[in-house]
Design a protein around this ligand. Structure first.
Ligand SMILES: Cc1ncc(COP(=O)(O)O)c(C=O)c1O
Length: 423
């Protein structure tokens, strides 16, 4: 059936949505006495109703057992991550041994670069996207400086084609070819934070590896949003945050992936701490570090169990919904959003920066609004819509399959249409 921009049709889509009951598992913010249209899961995912119980359970075990909580109670903390690892591995397409939940995204990017960016006299460049998320740019630049090298010589940015915000795979592959004798690391956001463009992780990895460079990815906007097959695509490393699409709370504990092909490589450099020591002799307090045989070898400090608890609550919801099902709904939601955006853009008042091709986008959609963008954006919240603002005049929205509805998209369309007419 062709799409329609009507409330009745949006309600019909919601009615036949097999995942509709999952919205009930989240606290939806209110504006006044009405539930908001929360299109900001790309920034901070909503709170699962089970998160407080999971955290409280840790608090209770702490109260009841003190430090013995590591070994006692219904969920001993020493094994706490064991439930989490396969759940997150499934979402990023990894083997459980390739995944570790630790630290925060930028910290993990630095730790991965310690292992995968070791410039030599001939191979020292990092190829990345132009206008990468600032934290990534700072990480690249500070790593280059730490090696005593020059940022201009080492950081090669691939730019969008003139007149667009999108970077083509061909241009990325061409940059790798041009710098094939000097590139050490190719590092991209798998989904660009500004445009929502999904990069071809597999092709970039093959091209990087073929010229003797490592391929690493920032999955901040990819983990929990798009289908990833990190293991099968042979990605060398990846890191992500869990507070956006993965609903694990503000400043949530993050994740990292190291491909199995590197796990036993004794020549790889790594910053080490006792929590990365194999569990079999971790508490013998020996002088020599015995790395865990998995990605956990990169873990340095005691696991923060309360953060893991909030993360677990969300991952269990993902598992109940089924990640493949969520990807199907993700595509349906964004298809309907694109349809409505085209319907209301009769006066060409905005440009959709996000690729039209459904294979090149997840649920993050960026609109470049030509006139009075900030005025329009400020009106959203008064109308009960949470959206995201990026200078100079970009409005980003994300319809999240776990808790957004087709009706949310319809409502957003009606408000945007009204605001565009009035501005
Ligand atoms: C693409 C991207 N990379 C890195 C970061 C930084 O993450 P963190 O503050 O968790 O280190 C963010 C945060 O929003 C991001 O969107």
């Amino acid at each position: 059936m062709p799409h329609k921009f009507t409330l009745e049709y949006a309600k019909y889509l919601d009615e036949k949505d097999p995942l509709k009951s999952f919205r009930e598992k989240f606290y939806i913010p209110f504006v006044g006495d009405k539930q908001a249209v929360y299109f900001l899961g790309n920034s901070l995912g909503l709170q699962p109703k089970t998160a407080q119980d999971e955290v409280l359970n840790v608090m209770e075990n702490w109260a009841n057992f003190g430090v013995e909580g590591f070994f006692m109670g219904d969920e001993p903390w020493l094994d706490y991550h064991k439930e989490i690892t396969p759940l997150i591995a499934n979402i990023v397409g990894a083997k459980p041994a390739e995944v570790v939940t630790m630290n925060h995204l930028t910290v993990n990017l630095h730790l991965m670069m310690i292992s995968f960016y070791n410039p030599s006299a001939t191979r020292y460049k990092i190829i990345c996207e132009a206008k990468a998320f600032p934290s990534d740019q700072y990480a690249f630049a500070s790593q280059v400086k730490m090696h005593g090298l020059n940022i201009e010589d080492c950081i090669i940015e691939v730019h969008p084609k003139a007149g667009t915000e999108l970077i083509t795979t061909a241009d990325i592959l061409a940059a790798i070819e041009v710098h094939k004798n000097s590139v050490a690391l190719v590092c991209f956001g798998a989904v660009n934070y500004y445009t929502g463009q999904v990069f071809d992780v597999e092709k970039i990895t093959i091209a990087a590896n073929n010229v003797g460079a490592y391929a690493g990815f920032d999955l901040a906007h990819a983990a929990g949003n798009i289908n990833l097959q990190l293991h099968n695509w042979n990605v060398d490393f990846a890191c992500w945050c869990n507070y956006k699409y993965l609903n694990s709370g503000p400043g949530a504990i993050a994740g990292a992936f190291i491909h199995e092909k590197h796990l036993q490589n004794k020549n790889l450099k790594r910053l080490e701490g006792w929590w990365g020591n194999d569990i079999s002799n971790r508490f013998k307090m020996e002088k020599t570090f015995t790395p865990a045989s998995s990605a956990e070898a990169w873990q340095m400090s005691t696991a923060p169990i309360m953060l893991l608890a909030a993360h677990k609550a969300s991952l269990n919801i993902f598992a109940d919904a089924g990640f493949d099902n969520l990807i199907v709904k993700n595509k349906l939601l964004s298809e309907y959003l694109f349809y409505i955006l085209k319907e209301i853009n009769t006066g060409n008042k905005f440009e959709i920066l996000t690729p039209i091709n459904p294979n090149e986008r997840g649920c993050l959609v960026s609109l470049f609004v030509y006139k009075n963008a900030k005025v329009i954006f400020d009106e959203f919240i008064k109308n009960g819509i949470f959206a995201d603002w990026r200078e100079p005049n970009v409005i980003r929205v994300a319809a999240i399959p776990l808790y957004n509805t087709f009706e949310n998209i319809y409502f957003f369309g009606t408000i945007l249409q009204k605001l565009l007419t009035n501005n």
